[in-house]
Design a protein. Sequence first.
Length: 135
Amino acid sequence: LHHISRFHIDKEKPDNIIIVSGLNDILNQKRRQGTVDCRDIANQLVEMGRTAREKGVGRVCISGILIPKFRDCQQFVIETNDIISELCADNSFIFINHDNIGTNDLIDSLHVNRERNVKLKHNIFSHLYTYNNPY
């Protein structure tokens, strides 16, 4: 995804970006290797933020990964989020925490249900300069 983010940053020239993290890399590594390199996944996300900053984006926000219902992946997600949060602090990026969203908020094993989607939207949109919470 890094090459796609570069294209959009060059084309759109945003003042701020929000990088929304997902579970795909964790699931794919777990399937292929039986384990997950949490630091590698976190570094890949933060590297997109570094590229954005180098290209003039002033405010970089990186969304944490939602804790899935897959018990065998939960610890990897927690560790990856901890590393993302640490790297965000080191790079003066904003880490978007989703601690207010639990596995009971998921419609399946990893997607937020319609009713709880408002929590996810608020967590993300509240980091935009122009967002007004209607709730």
